[in-house]
Design a protein around this ligand. Structure first.
Ligand SMILES: [Zn+2]
Length: 196
C-alpha cells in the first residue's frame, strides 16, 4: 500500500508506504509496524527497478544546510547581531558570497561586540534557515573568531594571556575565539583562494 505517490512532498515522520512493496532507501526508515516513514522534509522518489523508496531532501537555501560549518568575514557588528559574508562552506569556497547573521547566544546575555569585530574571519555553524535568513552560531568551543582584526587600526590582533592585543597601536580587545586545530584552520583559510 502506497500512502504518498511518486514526487509527493513529505515531512519527517510521515508515512510513505508499506515496507512489503518497497525497501527503505535514502532518508527513510522502517517502523516496527512495517511502514516506511520519511526522515527528512523532501520529495518521495520510488525506484521501481530496485524496488526502493527514497526521499530527496529539500534544501531551503541552495547549497546550505543546517549544521554546516562556514568561514565568514565580519562586515558589521551591532549590539545583538553581526552581519557577515560567507566565504566558504564545509571547507569549500562558494561562488556567490552570501550575507548571513550571527545570532546572540540563547541563554547568556552577551554583547556581540565583545565577541567579534569588523574584519575578523570567523568559523560559525548554520543554526537556522528560516524564511531565507541564514542564521549562524559562534557559541560552541570550535566556533568563533579565527583571525581577529584591530578595531582601531586594522592590524591583526595577537593573543596575550586572556585578551587580544594589537602590537601596532596597543589596543586591547576581547573576542570569542575558536579553538580550532591549526592544520584544519590552514585548510579553511587556504580554501578561500580560487585555486585552492
Ligand atoms: Zn591596532
Amino acid at each position: 500500500m502506497v500512502y504518498v505517490e511518486d514526487g509527493g512532498f513529505v515531512m519527517p515522520g510521515q508515512e510513505i508506504c508499506v515496507a512489503e512493496e518497497y525497501l527503505p532507501g535514502l532518508n527513510v526508515r522502517n517502523t516496527k509496524d512495517n511502514i516506511i516513514v520519511s526522515m527528512k522534509t523532501g520529495f518521495v522518489k520510488y525506484n521501481r527497478e530496485k524496488r526502493t523508496v527514497n526521499v530527496h531532501p529539500v534544501k531551503i537555501v541552495e547549497n546550505l544546510n543546517l549544521g554546516d560549518k562556514i568561514l565568514a568575514l565580519v562586515r558589521e557588528v551591532q549590539e545583538k547581531i553581526a552581519v557577515v559574508e560567507i566565504l566558504a562552506v564545509n571547507m569549500k569556497p562558494i561562488k556567490h558570497r552570501r550575507v548571513a547573521v550571527i545570532l546572540p547566544p540563547v541563554k547568556a546575555k552577551q554583547d556581540i561586540s565583545e565577541c567579534i569585530g569588523v574584519g575578523d574571519l570567523v568559523i560559525a555553524e548554520i543554526v537556522t534557515l528560516f524564511s531565507g535568513v541564514i542564521g549562524l552560531s559562534i557559541w560552541k568551543n570550535d566556533l568563533g573568531s579565527v583571525i581577529a582584526i584591530c578595531s582601531r587600526c586594522g592590524s591583526p590582533l595577537k593573543r596575550k594571556d586572556r585578551i587580544l592585543v594589537c602590537f601596532k597601536c596597543g589596543s586591547k580587545e576581547k573576542r570569542k575565539l575558536a579553538y580550532y586545530d591549526p592544520a584544519v584552520l590552514d585548510r579553511w583559510i587556504l580554501s578561500k583562494s580560487p585555486t585552492g
